[in-house]
Design a protein around this ligand. Structure first.
Ligand SMILES: Nc1nc2c(c(=O)[nH]1)N[C@H]1C(S)=C(S)[C@@H](COP(=O)(O)O)O[C@H]1N2
Ligand SMILES: [Mo]
Length: 409
Protein backbone atom coordinates (compact mmCIF):
# COMPACT_ATOMS: atom_id res chain seq x y z
CA UNK A 1 0.00 0.00 0.00
CA UNK A 2 1.23 3.48 -0.76
CA UNK A 3 1.91 5.71 2.21
CA UNK A 4 -0.12 8.89 2.62
CA UNK A 5 2.88 10.92 1.50
CA UNK A 6 2.55 9.41 -1.96
CA UNK A 7 -1.01 10.59 -2.41
CA UNK A 8 -1.48 13.74 -4.46
CA UNK A 9 1.08 15.52 -6.58
CA UNK A 10 1.27 15.27 -10.33
CA UNK A 11 1.34 12.02 -12.26
CA UNK A 12 4.19 12.91 -14.54
CA UNK A 13 6.99 15.14 -13.40
CA UNK A 14 8.18 17.75 -15.85
CA UNK A 15 11.54 15.96 -16.11
CA UNK A 16 9.69 12.88 -17.30
CA UNK A 17 10.53 10.65 -14.35
CA UNK A 18 7.50 8.83 -13.15
CA UNK A 19 6.30 9.45 -9.66
CA UNK A 20 5.11 6.54 -7.55
CA UNK A 21 1.57 7.75 -8.00
CA UNK A 22 1.85 7.46 -11.77
CA UNK A 23 2.99 3.86 -11.42
CA UNK A 24 -0.09 2.91 -9.51
CA UNK A 25 -2.50 5.26 -11.25
CA UNK A 26 -5.29 2.78 -11.57
CA UNK A 27 -8.80 4.08 -11.65
CA UNK A 28 -7.85 7.75 -11.63
CA UNK A 29 -9.38 8.10 -8.19
CA UNK A 30 -8.10 10.52 -5.60
CA UNK A 31 -6.91 7.66 -3.42
CA UNK A 32 -3.92 5.99 -4.98
CA UNK A 33 -5.09 2.44 -4.41
CA UNK A 34 -4.27 -0.09 -7.13
CA UNK A 35 -7.33 -1.71 -8.64
CA UNK A 36 -6.72 -5.42 -8.43
CA UNK A 37 -10.08 -6.98 -9.20
CA UNK A 38 -10.61 -7.68 -12.88
CA UNK A 39 -13.37 -5.58 -14.37
CA UNK A 40 -15.08 -6.13 -17.69
CA UNK A 41 -16.41 -3.64 -20.21
CA UNK A 42 -18.89 -4.41 -22.99
CA UNK A 43 -17.90 -2.79 -26.29
CA UNK A 44 -21.28 -3.73 -27.83
CA UNK A 45 -19.69 -5.12 -30.98
CA UNK A 46 -22.45 -6.48 -33.24
CA UNK A 47 -20.70 -9.77 -33.90
CA UNK A 48 -19.11 -10.46 -30.48
CA UNK A 49 -17.21 -11.46 -28.43
CA UNK A 50 -17.85 -8.05 -27.02
CA UNK A 51 -16.45 -8.09 -23.48
CA UNK A 52 -12.93 -6.94 -22.71
CA UNK A 53 -11.00 -6.76 -19.52
CA UNK A 54 -10.60 -3.24 -18.17
CA UNK A 55 -7.49 -2.84 -16.08
CA UNK A 56 -4.21 -1.05 -15.58
CA UNK A 57 -1.75 -3.33 -17.39
CA UNK A 58 1.27 -1.20 -18.19
CA UNK A 59 3.35 1.18 -16.09
CA UNK A 60 2.15 4.71 -16.67
CA UNK A 61 -1.29 3.54 -17.80
CA UNK A 62 -4.52 3.70 -15.87
CA UNK A 63 -7.55 1.58 -16.64
CA UNK A 64 -7.54 0.66 -20.30
CA UNK A 65 -9.51 -1.76 -22.45
CA UNK A 66 -7.00 -4.52 -23.02
CA UNK A 67 -7.34 -5.72 -26.61
CA UNK A 68 -3.93 -7.40 -26.69
CA UNK A 69 -0.83 -7.41 -24.51
CA UNK A 70 1.93 -8.17 -27.00
CA UNK A 71 2.32 -6.17 -29.13
CA UNK A 72 0.21 -3.80 -27.03
CA UNK A 73 -3.25 -2.74 -28.18
CA UNK A 74 -4.93 -0.70 -25.46
CA UNK A 75 -8.20 1.12 -26.01
CA UNK A 76 -9.47 4.21 -24.18
CA UNK A 77 -12.86 3.76 -22.45
CA UNK A 78 -15.40 6.29 -23.84
CA UNK A 79 -15.94 7.67 -20.32
CA UNK A 80 -12.46 9.25 -20.48
CA UNK A 81 -13.57 11.47 -23.38
CA UNK A 82 -16.34 12.87 -21.18
CA UNK A 83 -13.78 14.31 -18.77
CA UNK A 84 -12.13 16.75 -21.15
CA UNK A 85 -11.03 17.40 -24.70
CA UNK A 86 -7.39 16.51 -23.99
CA UNK A 87 -6.85 12.80 -23.45
CA UNK A 88 -4.45 12.27 -20.53
CA UNK A 89 -1.30 10.29 -21.33
CA UNK A 90 -2.19 7.56 -18.84
CA UNK A 91 -5.51 6.89 -20.60
CA UNK A 92 -4.36 7.38 -24.22
CA UNK A 93 -4.86 4.41 -26.57
CA UNK A 94 -1.82 2.40 -27.64
CA UNK A 95 -1.16 0.50 -30.82
CA UNK A 96 2.01 -1.26 -31.96
CA UNK A 97 1.97 -3.38 -35.10
CA UNK A 98 5.09 -5.31 -34.08
CA UNK A 99 7.05 -5.69 -30.91
CA UNK A 100 7.72 -2.56 -28.95
CA UNK A 101 11.27 -1.92 -27.71
CA UNK A 102 11.17 -1.60 -23.93
CA UNK A 103 14.30 0.54 -23.58
CA UNK A 104 15.84 3.30 -25.67
CA UNK A 105 19.30 4.73 -25.05
CA UNK A 106 18.50 8.41 -25.53
CA UNK A 107 22.16 9.51 -25.44
CA UNK A 108 23.06 7.11 -28.24
CA UNK A 109 19.84 7.58 -30.22
CA UNK A 110 20.23 8.95 -33.74
CA UNK A 111 17.85 9.87 -36.52
CA UNK A 112 19.52 9.09 -39.84
CA UNK A 113 18.33 11.07 -42.87
CA UNK A 114 19.21 9.64 -46.26
CA UNK A 115 17.91 8.97 -49.76
CA UNK A 116 17.34 11.92 -52.09
CA UNK A 117 19.23 14.49 -49.99
CA UNK A 118 22.26 16.70 -50.52
CA UNK A 119 24.14 15.29 -47.49
CA UNK A 120 23.03 12.29 -45.42
CA UNK A 121 23.11 13.16 -41.71
CA UNK A 122 22.79 11.35 -38.41
CA UNK A 123 21.20 13.58 -35.78
CA UNK A 124 21.22 13.38 -32.00
CA UNK A 125 18.19 14.37 -29.92
CA UNK A 126 19.94 17.67 -29.25
CA UNK A 127 20.51 18.27 -33.00
CA UNK A 128 16.78 17.72 -33.54
CA UNK A 129 15.80 20.03 -30.68
CA UNK A 130 18.15 22.69 -32.15
CA UNK A 131 16.90 22.27 -35.74
CA UNK A 132 14.22 24.94 -35.49
CA UNK A 133 11.56 26.75 -33.56
CA UNK A 134 9.72 24.64 -30.96
CA UNK A 135 6.09 24.25 -31.92
CA UNK A 136 2.96 22.97 -30.17
CA UNK A 137 0.02 21.42 -31.99
CA UNK A 138 -3.18 20.07 -30.45
CA UNK A 139 -4.22 17.18 -32.67
CA UNK A 140 -6.24 13.98 -32.64
CA UNK A 141 -4.26 10.78 -33.08
CA UNK A 142 -6.75 8.24 -34.45
CA UNK A 143 -6.09 4.71 -35.67
CA UNK A 144 -7.41 4.11 -39.19
CA UNK A 145 -9.17 1.06 -37.74
CA UNK A 146 -10.90 2.95 -34.93
CA UNK A 147 -14.43 1.54 -34.52
CA UNK A 148 -13.65 -1.39 -36.80
CA UNK A 149 -15.24 -3.84 -34.36
CA UNK A 150 -18.60 -2.17 -35.07
CA UNK A 151 -18.38 -3.11 -38.78
CA UNK A 152 -21.28 -5.14 -40.09
CA UNK A 153 -20.56 -7.61 -41.64
CA UNK A 154 -17.56 -8.21 -39.41
CA UNK A 155 -14.08 -7.50 -40.79
CA UNK A 156 -10.65 -8.82 -39.82
CA UNK A 157 -8.16 -6.85 -37.70
CA UNK A 158 -8.17 -5.57 -34.12
CA UNK A 159 -11.78 -5.41 -32.98
CA UNK A 160 -11.64 -1.84 -31.67
CA UNK A 161 -14.62 -0.01 -30.27
CA UNK A 162 -14.41 3.75 -30.77
CA UNK A 163 -11.61 4.32 -28.26
CA UNK A 164 -8.62 3.96 -30.62
CA UNK A 165 -8.31 7.74 -30.68
CA UNK A 166 -7.07 10.51 -28.42
CA UNK A 167 -6.29 14.21 -28.49
CA UNK A 168 -2.99 15.57 -27.18
CA UNK A 169 -0.83 18.66 -27.19
CA UNK A 170 2.25 17.61 -29.13
CA UNK A 171 5.55 19.52 -28.79
CA UNK A 172 8.46 19.31 -31.19
CA UNK A 173 10.11 20.87 -34.22
CA UNK A 174 8.85 21.10 -37.76
CA UNK A 175 9.84 18.09 -39.86
CA UNK A 176 10.82 20.50 -42.66
CA UNK A 177 13.38 22.20 -40.38
CA UNK A 178 14.97 18.83 -39.64
CA UNK A 179 14.91 17.87 -43.34
CA UNK A 180 16.79 21.13 -44.03
CA UNK A 181 19.76 19.68 -42.12
CA UNK A 182 20.15 17.16 -44.94
CA UNK A 183 18.82 19.35 -47.75
CA UNK A 184 16.15 17.55 -49.76
CA UNK A 185 16.77 17.06 -53.48
CA UNK A 186 14.46 18.79 -55.96
CA UNK A 187 13.41 15.30 -57.16
CA UNK A 188 11.98 14.40 -53.72
CA UNK A 189 8.47 12.90 -53.97
CA UNK A 190 7.85 11.27 -50.58
CA UNK A 191 9.40 11.10 -47.11
CA UNK A 192 9.51 7.70 -45.40
CA UNK A 193 9.88 7.01 -41.69
CA UNK A 194 11.03 3.99 -39.71
CA UNK A 195 11.15 3.45 -35.96
CA UNK A 196 13.18 1.20 -33.71
CA UNK A 197 10.61 -1.60 -33.69
CA UNK A 198 11.16 -4.69 -35.82
CA UNK A 199 8.82 -7.49 -36.96
CA UNK A 200 8.00 -10.29 -34.51
CA UNK A 201 8.26 -12.96 -37.20
CA UNK A 202 11.05 -13.65 -39.71
CA UNK A 203 10.57 -12.20 -43.17
CA UNK A 204 7.60 -10.04 -42.16
CA UNK A 205 7.71 -6.44 -43.41
CA UNK A 206 9.04 -3.71 -41.11
CA UNK A 207 6.49 -1.05 -40.12
CA UNK A 208 7.62 1.87 -42.30
CA UNK A 209 5.36 4.59 -43.70
CA UNK A 210 5.76 7.52 -46.07
CA UNK A 211 3.90 10.75 -46.80
CA UNK A 212 3.93 12.91 -49.94
CA UNK A 213 6.52 15.70 -49.92
CA UNK A 214 3.91 18.49 -49.88
CA UNK A 215 2.50 17.04 -46.64
CA UNK A 216 5.98 16.55 -45.16
CA UNK A 217 6.77 20.24 -45.72
CA UNK A 218 3.60 21.49 -44.03
CA UNK A 219 4.17 23.95 -41.17
CA UNK A 220 2.32 21.79 -38.64
CA UNK A 221 3.90 18.40 -39.40
CA UNK A 222 6.24 17.72 -36.50
CA UNK A 223 8.92 15.53 -35.07
CA UNK A 224 7.57 15.57 -31.53
CA UNK A 225 9.18 14.73 -28.20
CA UNK A 226 6.46 16.09 -25.94
CA UNK A 227 2.93 14.82 -25.26
CA UNK A 228 0.68 16.90 -23.00
CA UNK A 229 3.67 18.60 -21.39
CA UNK A 230 5.55 15.38 -20.60
CA UNK A 231 8.25 13.58 -22.56
CA UNK A 232 6.69 11.04 -24.95
CA UNK A 233 5.94 7.94 -22.89
CA UNK A 234 7.64 4.76 -24.11
CA UNK A 235 4.31 3.34 -25.32
CA UNK A 236 3.76 6.45 -27.43
CA UNK A 237 7.14 6.39 -29.13
CA UNK A 238 9.85 7.77 -26.85
CA UNK A 239 12.03 9.62 -27.69
CA UNK A 240 10.58 11.01 -30.97
CA UNK A 241 7.52 10.51 -33.15
CA UNK A 242 6.05 11.97 -36.30
CA UNK A 243 2.83 14.01 -35.95
CA UNK A 244 0.69 14.61 -39.05
CA UNK A 245 -2.33 16.63 -37.86
CA UNK A 246 -5.53 15.69 -39.70
CA UNK A 247 -4.15 12.38 -41.02
CA UNK A 248 -4.72 8.93 -39.52
CA UNK A 249 -2.06 7.91 -37.03
CA UNK A 250 -0.63 5.10 -39.13
CA UNK A 251 1.70 7.84 -40.46
CA UNK A 252 2.63 9.05 -36.98
CA UNK A 253 5.69 6.78 -36.76
CA UNK A 254 6.93 6.26 -33.19
CA UNK A 255 10.51 5.81 -31.91
CA UNK A 256 11.63 7.55 -35.09
CA UNK A 257 15.12 6.42 -36.16
CA UNK A 258 15.32 6.69 -39.96
CA UNK A 259 14.06 9.20 -42.52
CA UNK A 260 14.36 8.26 -46.17
CA UNK A 261 13.61 10.78 -48.93
CA UNK A 262 12.11 8.96 -51.95
CA UNK A 263 11.96 10.19 -55.55
CA UNK A 264 9.06 8.00 -56.67
CA UNK A 265 6.20 5.86 -55.38
CA UNK A 266 6.68 3.90 -52.16
CA UNK A 267 6.36 0.17 -52.82
CA UNK A 268 6.86 -0.87 -49.18
CA UNK A 269 4.21 -3.19 -47.72
CA UNK A 270 2.39 -0.80 -45.37
CA UNK A 271 1.96 1.81 -48.11
CA UNK A 272 1.54 -0.26 -51.28
CA UNK A 273 -0.39 -3.24 -49.86
CA UNK A 274 -1.86 -2.41 -46.49
CA UNK A 275 -3.72 0.59 -45.00
CA UNK A 276 -5.68 1.01 -48.23
CA UNK A 277 -9.39 1.48 -48.92
CA UNK A 278 -11.52 0.64 -51.96
CA UNK A 279 -11.38 3.56 -54.43
CA UNK A 280 -15.17 3.43 -54.74
CA UNK A 281 -18.14 1.68 -53.13
CA UNK A 282 -17.90 -2.12 -53.00
CA UNK A 283 -20.07 -4.99 -51.69
CA UNK A 284 -18.79 -7.49 -49.10
CA UNK A 285 -17.20 -10.36 -51.02
CA UNK A 286 -15.99 -8.23 -53.96
CA UNK A 287 -12.44 -8.93 -55.11
CA UNK A 288 -9.99 -7.11 -57.41
CA UNK A 289 -11.15 -3.57 -56.78
CA UNK A 290 -8.87 -0.53 -57.08
CA UNK A 291 -7.60 0.87 -53.77
CA UNK A 292 -6.32 4.19 -52.46
CA UNK A 293 -4.19 4.80 -49.35
CA UNK A 294 -5.87 5.93 -46.16
CA UNK A 295 -4.78 9.51 -45.56
CA UNK A 296 -6.88 12.41 -44.22
CA UNK A 297 -9.49 11.89 -41.50
CA UNK A 298 -13.20 12.64 -41.93
CA UNK A 299 -15.26 14.45 -39.24
CA UNK A 300 -16.65 12.50 -36.26
CA UNK A 301 -18.71 13.23 -33.15
CA UNK A 302 -19.60 11.22 -30.06
CA UNK A 303 -22.05 11.47 -27.18
CA UNK A 304 -19.97 11.00 -24.02
CA UNK A 305 -22.43 12.04 -21.29
CA UNK A 306 -24.62 8.97 -21.83
CA UNK A 307 -24.28 5.42 -23.08
CA UNK A 308 -26.71 3.27 -25.00
CA UNK A 309 -29.67 2.17 -22.88
CA UNK A 310 -29.28 4.83 -20.16
CA UNK A 311 -32.47 5.93 -18.44
CA UNK A 312 -33.38 9.65 -18.50
CA UNK A 313 -36.16 11.48 -16.67
CA UNK A 314 -39.47 11.91 -18.47
CA UNK A 315 -40.81 15.48 -18.49
CA UNK A 316 -37.47 16.99 -17.48
CA UNK A 317 -34.87 18.88 -19.52
CA UNK A 318 -31.96 16.72 -20.65
CA UNK A 319 -28.39 17.91 -20.97
CA UNK A 320 -26.20 16.02 -23.41
CA UNK A 321 -22.53 16.57 -24.14
CA UNK A 322 -19.70 15.02 -26.03
CA UNK A 323 -16.72 15.60 -28.27
CA UNK A 324 -16.31 16.21 -31.98
CA UNK A 325 -13.50 16.59 -34.47
CA UNK A 326 -13.36 18.07 -37.95
CA UNK A 327 -10.78 15.59 -39.25
CA UNK A 328 -8.48 17.26 -41.80
CA UNK A 329 -10.31 20.60 -41.51
CA UNK A 330 -11.72 22.58 -38.60
CA UNK A 331 -15.08 21.58 -37.18
CA UNK A 332 -17.92 23.72 -38.53
CA UNK A 333 -20.94 22.41 -36.61
CA UNK A 334 -22.43 19.53 -34.66
CA UNK A 335 -26.12 18.58 -34.84
CA UNK A 336 -28.07 16.29 -32.57
CA UNK A 337 -30.08 13.92 -34.74
CA UNK A 338 -32.61 11.24 -33.92
CA UNK A 339 -36.03 9.90 -34.61
CA UNK A 340 -37.82 13.06 -35.85
CA UNK A 341 -35.18 15.27 -34.27
CA UNK A 342 -32.54 17.66 -35.55
CA UNK A 343 -31.09 20.36 -33.31
CA UNK A 344 -27.87 22.40 -33.51
CA UNK A 345 -25.42 21.92 -30.61
CA UNK A 346 -23.30 24.58 -28.91
CA UNK A 347 -19.56 24.26 -29.44
CA UNK A 348 -16.99 24.71 -26.68
CA UNK A 349 -13.65 26.51 -27.02
CA UNK A 350 -11.61 25.95 -30.18
CA UNK A 351 -8.27 24.54 -29.04
CA UNK A 352 -6.89 23.98 -32.54
CA UNK A 353 -8.09 22.94 -35.98
CA UNK A 354 -7.20 19.28 -35.53
CA UNK A 355 -8.20 18.72 -31.91
CA UNK A 356 -11.34 17.54 -30.17
CA UNK A 357 -13.94 20.15 -29.41
CA UNK A 358 -16.64 19.98 -26.75
CA UNK A 359 -20.31 20.17 -27.80
CA UNK A 360 -23.32 20.53 -25.52
CA UNK A 361 -27.08 20.72 -25.93
CA UNK A 362 -30.13 20.83 -23.68
CA UNK A 363 -33.32 19.17 -24.88
CA UNK A 364 -36.02 21.37 -23.21
CA UNK A 365 -38.23 18.43 -22.21
CA UNK A 366 -37.95 14.65 -22.55
CA UNK A 367 -41.26 13.44 -23.99
CA UNK A 368 -40.52 9.78 -24.50
CA UNK A 369 -37.77 7.35 -25.37
CA UNK A 370 -35.05 8.90 -27.51
CA UNK A 371 -34.49 6.45 -30.35
CA UNK A 372 -31.59 6.43 -32.79
CA UNK A 373 -30.02 9.38 -31.04
CA UNK A 374 -26.72 10.57 -32.47
CA UNK A 375 -24.53 13.55 -33.23
CA UNK A 376 -23.39 14.57 -36.69
CA UNK A 377 -20.26 16.65 -37.26
CA UNK A 378 -19.67 18.81 -40.33
CA UNK A 379 -16.25 20.28 -41.08
CA UNK A 380 -15.29 23.51 -42.80
CA UNK A 381 -14.62 21.69 -46.07
CA UNK A 382 -18.28 20.66 -46.02
CA UNK A 383 -17.61 17.00 -45.16
CA UNK A 384 -20.55 15.57 -43.16
CA UNK A 385 -20.87 12.30 -41.26
CA UNK A 386 -23.00 9.82 -43.21
CA UNK A 387 -26.15 8.03 -42.01
CA UNK A 388 -24.91 4.75 -43.45
CA UNK A 389 -21.34 3.50 -43.31
CA UNK A 390 -19.73 2.59 -46.62
CA UNK A 391 -18.41 -0.91 -45.76
CA UNK A 392 -14.79 -1.77 -46.52
CA UNK A 393 -12.91 -5.02 -45.87
CA UNK A 394 -10.64 -3.57 -43.16
CA UNK A 395 -13.24 -1.38 -41.48
CA UNK A 396 -11.09 1.68 -42.08
CA UNK A 397 -12.06 5.30 -41.58
CA UNK A 398 -15.40 4.61 -39.88
CA UNK A 399 -17.34 7.84 -39.44
CA UNK A 400 -21.00 6.90 -39.63
CA UNK A 401 -23.24 8.77 -37.14
CA UNK A 402 -23.05 6.61 -33.99
CA UNK A 403 -26.49 5.91 -32.50
CA UNK A 404 -27.86 5.14 -29.07
CA UNK A 405 -31.23 4.78 -27.37
CA UNK A 406 -32.10 6.63 -24.15
CA UNK A 407 -35.11 5.30 -22.26
CA UNK A 408 -37.42 7.81 -20.59
CA UNK A 409 -38.92 6.99 -17.17
N1 LIG B 1 7.20 2.74 -34.85
C1 LIG B 1 5.89 2.54 -34.96
N2 LIG B 1 5.09 3.61 -35.10
C2 LIG B 1 3.75 3.45 -35.20
C3 LIG B 1 3.17 2.15 -35.19
C4 LIG B 1 4.04 1.05 -35.04
O1 LIG B 1 3.61 -0.12 -35.01
N3 LIG B 1 5.39 1.28 -34.92
N4 LIG B 1 1.80 2.02 -35.34
C5 LIG B 1 1.07 3.14 -35.93
C6 LIG B 1 -0.36 3.00 -35.76
S1 LIG B 1 -1.15 1.94 -36.82
C7 LIG B 1 -1.05 3.73 -34.82
S2 LIG B 1 -2.73 3.61 -34.70
C8 LIG B 1 -0.35 4.70 -33.95
C9 LIG B 1 -0.76 4.55 -32.49
O2 LIG B 1 -0.20 5.58 -31.73
P1 LIG B 1 -0.25 5.54 -30.14
O3 LIG B 1 0.15 4.16 -29.70
O4 LIG B 1 0.66 6.60 -29.66
O5 LIG B 1 -1.66 5.84 -29.74
O6 LIG B 1 1.06 4.58 -34.03
C10 LIG B 1 1.53 4.47 -35.34
N5 LIG B 1 2.97 4.56 -35.32
MO1 LIG C 1 -3.44 2.23 -36.46
Amino acid sequence: MPSKADVGGSDNRADGRLTRRALIAGAGTALATPVLAQRLIDLKLPDGPSERSLEPSFPGKGEMIVQRIRPPLLETPMAVFDEGTITPNDRFFVRWNWDMPTAVNAAAHRVAIGGAVQRPVSLTLQDIADAGEHVEVVAVNQCAGNGRGLSDPRVTGSQWGNGAMGNARWTGVRLKDVLDKAGIASSAARVRFAGLDVPLTDGAPQFIKSIPIDIALRDDVLIAWGMNGAPLPMLHGYPLRIVVPGWFSTYWVKMLSTIDVLTGEDDSYYVAKSYRMPAGPITPGDKDFATVPITAMPPRAFITSHTDGDVVTLGQPLELRGIAMGGDAALAKVDLVGDGLELPCQLGPDEGTYGFRRWTITIPQVRGNLLQLGVRATNQNGAVQPHVQQWNPSGYARNVIERMTLRAK
